[in-house]
Write a protein that binds this ligand. Structure first.
Ligand code: KIV
Length: 266
């Protein structure tokens, strides 16, 4: 159960509650995809996902910025609103953007803003336990995120190869679980270490580039749908939407340019 019942709290719009998500541990695997806009959200709401994440990957894959650090809180609120308009059956997670949760007070303010925009819960990067506890005390459910933390990482590489790194990742996962996170993303971590962290906690873990031993999987939808060139190596795109869009565009251009007499005759 979340919060002390005295605060703004989260309004659930449909989809699983955080307690229901937490209770899936050991029973079934969780599936989460990102979405950033209304049409994608509308389509994915019927896909049977457990959660839709409005991730700060928004910056790189939707807005064309070089890093997730370029995403502001206002941008995130804007995209959460768009996704919310399309989603009524799936839990929506709003990602807290870089430098918007430097203190517990700032974290609560940001979390409230994302909930007001339409998120059902929030996600933040790292084992920032005072921030996580303050948000949960405010009645807002929190998803944790360990391993590679794109907002602060100097380099994008798989972590957990040294004993020190591995122990840190497992300890962070346990700390977030004990602080009350209802689920925890494990990103770009050696599969053996991700499995160790998964076995050490009650909250379900949701992996990305962390092997198959986690309690669920998350992917960036634009990678899965083939919307951008050069998807990460761990993703097998299931469509080539970039090609489809180009083909449809080309076909329509040809139609528009068909000479008028020819078009009338057909
Ligand atoms: O921003 C994002 O899309 C994420 C996922 C990779 C978990 O944080």
């Amino acid at each position: 159960m979340y919060g002390n019942g005295e605060s703004t709290g989260a309004r659930l719009h449909g989809g699983l509650t955080p307690d229901e998500i937490r209770a899936t541990k050991g029973r079934r695997r969780l599936a989460m995809l990102t979405a950033y806009d209304y049409p994608t959200a509308l389509a994915l709401d019927g896909a049977g996902l457990d959660m839709i994440l409005v991730g700060d990957s928004l910056g790189e894959v939707e807005l064309g910025y070089p890093t997730t650090r370029d995403v502001t809180r206002a941008m995130m609120e804007h995209h959460i609103r768009a996704v919310r308009h399309g989603v009524s059956h799936t839990h929506v997670v709003g990602d807290m953007t870089a430098d918007t949760y430097r203190t517990p007070a700032e974290a609560v303010e940001t979390a409230r803003a994302l909930i007001a925009a339409g998120a059902d819960s929030v996600k933040l990067e790292g084992a920032l336990i005072p921030q996580v506890m303050a948000i949960i005390a405010d009645g807002i459910p929190v998803m944790g995120h360990v391993g590679l933390l794109p907002q602060t990482a100097v380099e994008r590489k798989r972590l957990g190869k040294t004993d020190e790194e591995a122990d840190r990742i497992v300890a962070d996962t346990i700390a977030l679980d004990e602080a009350g996170c209802y689920a925890i993303v494990i990103e770009a971590v050696d599969p053996v270490v991700a499995q160790r962290a998964t076995d050490a906690v009650d909250a379900p873990t949701i992996g990305i580039a962390a092997g198959i031993g986690t309690d669920g999987q998350v992917l960036v939808s634009t990678d899965l749908l083939g919307q951008l060139p050069n998807p990460p190596r761990f993703v097998q795109p299931k469509a080539n939407l970039a090609q489809l869009v180009a083909d449809v565009g080309r076909e329509w251009v040809a139609e528009v340019r068909t000479p008028v007499a020819e078009a009338v005759a057909s």
